[in-house]
Design a protein around this ligand. Structure first.
Ligand code: ADP
Length: 264
C-alpha cells in the first residue's frame, strides 16, 4: 500500500466572509511517489489548492494533512520545508545573479553547509539538464530554461513534493515539452511526489492520476485515459481533449488500433 502524503478532507475555502466559496467540500488523497495532475478551466480553484498545500492560505472548513501534519500555524514552517513550488512566471522567481547563485539561495536560507551546497548544485542542474548554464545570468535564459533553473532551485532544498502551478503556461510548445519531460524524469528517478496544475489536458497524458476541478468541486478523479474517454463532457466544462487522444480513440473505434495498446 502506498503511503498518503497529502490529504484534503472536506475542504471549503473562500477569500473573505462575503466572498463566494471557491472550493466546496473538496476531498482527495495524494500518495508518496505519485504524479497527480490537477486540471480545470480558469477560475476552477486550482491555484487556491496549490496555496492551501503550503499554508499560504488556510481553509475555513475541513482539514488538510501533509506528511501526517495538519496544516496550521504550528506546523506550517515544518511543512514548507518539504513542499517545493514552481509558479507560472519564470521572471518572478530569480534572486541570484547567476543560475548557480540562484540555486544556492534556498539552501543558504536553510543553512546547508558549503560543501553540500556545491554537490547539490551539480546534482540538481544535471537533473534539469542545465549544467552548462551554471554561470549564466538568469535573464539570458529562454522561458523554458528559466523554469528548469527554478525547478533546480526547488529540488536543491530536497522537497518531498514538487508542485508546478501552471509552470508551463507562459512557455512556447517546445519549452512546455522540455519542462514536462524534465519533471517526468525527476519523478521517475526519485521518491518525490509530483503535482502538476494545469488547464491544458495535453499535460496530463503521463500523470498517473488526474483530478479534474470544476467550479470549486472535484468533478472527477481517474487515470488520464479514463478522463480522455469523457471528451464530450470535458468540453462542456471548458477542457479540450488533446488531438492525439481523440485520434487514438477513433483508431480504436475503427479497429485500426487495439485497445489497451499504450498511447505513447
Ligand atoms: P484557477 O487556478 O483554477 O484559475 P483560482 O484558484 O486562481 O483558480 O481562483 C478560483 C476563484 O477564486 C476565482 O473565481 C478567482 O477569481 C477567485 N480568487 C482567486 N484569488 C483571489 C483573491 N486573492 N481574492 C478574491 N478572489 C480570488
Amino acid at each position: 500500500m502506498r503511503e498518503k502524503f497529502i490529504e484534503f478532507r472536506n475542504v471549503s475555502f473562500r477569500y473573505g466572509d462575503n466572498e463566494p466559496w471557491v472550493l466546496k467540500n473538496v476531498s482527495f488523497d495524494i500518495y508518496k511517489d505519485e504524479w497527480v495532475a490537477i486540471i480545470g478551466h480558469n477560475g476552477s480553484g486550482k491555484s487556491t489548492i496549490a496555496k492551501l498545500m503550503n499554508g499560504l492560505l488556510y481553509p475555513q472548513e475541513g482539514e488538510i494533512i501533509i506528511n501526517g501534519l495538519p496544516v496550521n500555524d504550528k506546523h506550517v514552517w515544518e511543512i514548507r520545508k518539504f513542499v517545493g513550488m514552481v509558479f507560472q512566471n519564470p521572471d518572478n522567481q530569480f534572486v541570484g545573479t547567476t543560475v548557480q547563485d540562484d540555486v544556492a539561495f534556498g539552501m543558504e536560507n536553510r543553512g546547508v553547509p558549503r560543501e553540500e551546497m556545491i554537490l547539490r548544485i551539480e546534482e540538481v542542474l544535471k537533473a534539469v539538464r542545465m549544467e552548462e548554464y551554471r554561470l549564466t545570468e538568469p535573464h539570458r535564459l529562454s522561458g523554458g530554461q528559466k523554469q528548469r533553473a527554478a525547478i533546480a532551485g526547488v529540488l536543491a532544498i530536497k522537497p518531498e513534493v514538487l508542485i508546478l502551478d501552471e509552470a508551463t503556461a507562459m512557455l512556447d510548445p517546445r519549452g512546455r515539452k522540455e519542462i514536462m519531460q524534465t519533471v517526468a524524469e525527476i519523478q521517475q528517478q526519485s521518491e518525490i511526489s509530483l503535482i502538476t496544475i494545469t488547464h491544458d489536458l495535453q499535460e496530463v497524458v503521463k500523470a498517473e492520476r488526474v483530478i479534474v476541478m470544476n467550479n470549486g468541486k472535484v468533478w472527477d478523479e481517474a487515470k488520464p485515459r479514463e478522463i480522455f474517454a469523457k471528451k464530450d463532457e470535458l468540453r462542456k466544462i471548458g477542457l479540450d481533449v488533446p488531438f492525439v487522444a481523440v485520434l487514438a480513440d477513433e483508431l480504436i473505434q475503427n479497429g485500426i488500433m487495439i485497445k489497451n495498446e499504450p498511447l505513447d
